[in-house]
Write a protein that binds this ligand. Structure first.
Ligand SMILES: Cc1cc2nc3c(=O)[nH]c(=O)nc-3n(C[C@H](O)[C@H](O)[C@H](O)COP(=O)(O)OP(=O)(O)OC[C@H]3O[C@@H](n4cnc5c(N)ncnc54)[C@H](O)[C@@H]3O)c2cc1C
Length: 392
């Protein structure tokens, strides 16, 4: 016989965003059930780096929201029982040319005006950072508040923390339909594991959020933006903390770089992340190719070539594996964290693109504040779901 269960809040998606929501909402005293079609973190949250960054956020609202999230992650590192390889070492961007140095200086000034503690680095700072950098790098900039985590472990730690506050997780159960009940006061969710009724529903389905939106007639303007990663084995200590090339910002926000056509085509820009074990994650690429997560060796080669341009010694490293993930992209690079007025009780928390690990904590906190009608930790107007409407 089909099992029906009831919950106050149903969260669809057990990635880092759904798990953070479950944690903060359960902690606020509400009854929460997470419904996940696969395993915890089986979507993008296990196919990514683990950076909690403000350095690459648009100066102003975006970087201030990221700073707030960094502070929440620091608290989580103390309050969650399960460790998640939290390290707060800061991060740097490196510049190849004088033009990039001037653009970096403007970026630093705008971030400082927004209240973030950025600073410029000259050539000797870069040498001190790592003797393995290419000799011709001009300098860069630093954001000392940036940190890093293991994204799987943070997802599991949040889920475990949520369970301790009474949250339930229904794994390997896909939501296939959502109906509003006749009173308009709640929802009936059909899943492959039975029916769940809920007063409130949160769509935290990452790149699949548009499909969950369609189930209640809501358009969610999110597209999958594919990214490749290389895992290289540890050898010499290339560096202890996260490094990106300044051109990464141009690839992320869309601008013209001084690189060859193929590097530009696949949005390839250096991202270097040492893990706790001192293996290295090397990225990055950006492509709109639907839900295809197959590794493309042309892109991997371009990424390796780019990494060697900044760290010539990387040419001798051993490649352990490669993988791809799908960033849930929105047109203005901000997530959607919002109630949906036409469907009372329905919320969206998706579209974090390359920032979902950084912004998971603030997202969970904001949704818990919305559900309990508390003042929000940051203004939520820029995150509304209907902000794209006039542009669609
Ligand atoms: C290469 C790469 C590097 C990245 N590096 C970073 C980084 O360093 N820092 C950072 O902040 N961000 C980074 N990101 C971005 C980050 O990984 C994502 O923004 C984040 O993981 C999105 O989390 P999510 O929970 O929204 O989505 P997901 O993890 O995809 O979770 C959504 C879940 O919904 C489930 N689901 C879908 N449909 C249904 C259904 N019908 N029923 C039930 N469940 C359903 C899916 O199975 C999935 O588990 C990177 C991304 C990529 C691709």
């Amino acid at each position: 016989m089909e099992q029906t269960s009831h919950t106050e809040v149903a969260v669809i998606g057990g990635g880092i965003i759904g798990s953070a929501i479950a944690y903060y909402v359960a902690k606020a005293g509400l009854q929460v059930t997470v419904i996940e079609k696969g395993e915890l973190a089986s979507g993008t949250s296990s196919r990514c780096d683990g950076n909690i960054l403000a350095i690459d956020k648009d100066p102003g609202f975006d970087s201030q929201m990221s700073l707030k999230s960094q502070q929440l992650v620091q608290q989580l590192s103390k309050e969650l029982k399960h460790p998640f390889e939290y390290r707060a070492l800061g991060s740097i961007l490196v510049c190849e040319t004088e033009e990039e140095m001037s653009a970096a200086e403007q970026w630093v000034n705008r971030q400082k005006e927004a209240g973030l503690p950025f600073r410029m680095l000259d050539q000797s700072d870069i040498r001190q950072e790592s003797p393995y950098f290419a000799d011709d790098l001009q300098g860069g900039l630093e954001c000392p508040t940036d940190s890093t985590v293991n994204p799987y472990l943070l997802t599991f730690a949040l889920a475990q923390g949520a369970k301790e506050y009474g949250a339930s997780f229904r794994l390997r159960q896909e939501v296939t339909a959502i109906q509003r009940d006749s009173s308009g006061q709640g929802f009936r969710l059909e899943t492959t594991g039975g029916v769940v009724t809920a007063k409130k529903v949160v769509n935290a389905a990452g790149v699949w959020a548009p499909r969950i939106g369609e189930m209640v007639g809501v358009t969610v303007p999110i597209l999958p933006r594919k990214g490749h990663l290389i895992v290289a084995s540890r050898a010499v200590p290339l560096g202890l903390r996260k490094v990106m090339e300044f051109g990464y910002l141009i690839s992320k926000f869309g601008g013209t770089r001084q690189v060859d056509a193929e590097t530009e085509k696949y949005g390839v820009a250096l991202v270097f992340e040492p893990t706790e074990s001192q293996n290295f994650l090397i990225g990055s690429s950006r492509q709109f190719v639907g839900l295809d997560t197959r590794v493309d060796w042309t892109v991997v080669r371009l990424m390796a070539r780019r990494a060697i341009r900044f760290y010539p010694g990387l040419a001798d490293f051993t490649l352990i594996r490669t993988y791809c993930g799908l960033r849930p992209w929105t047109r203005d690079h901000l997530p959607i964290i919002s109630a949906v007025e036409e469907v009372p009780g329905y919320y969206i928390a998706a579209g974090h693109e390359g920032d979902g690990i950084s912004l998971a904590a603030i997202t969970g906190k904001l949704i818990s504040e919305m559900l309990t009608e508390q003042p929000t930790s940051v203004p939520v107007e820029p995150l509304r779901y209907d902000r794209f409407r006039e542009r669609m």
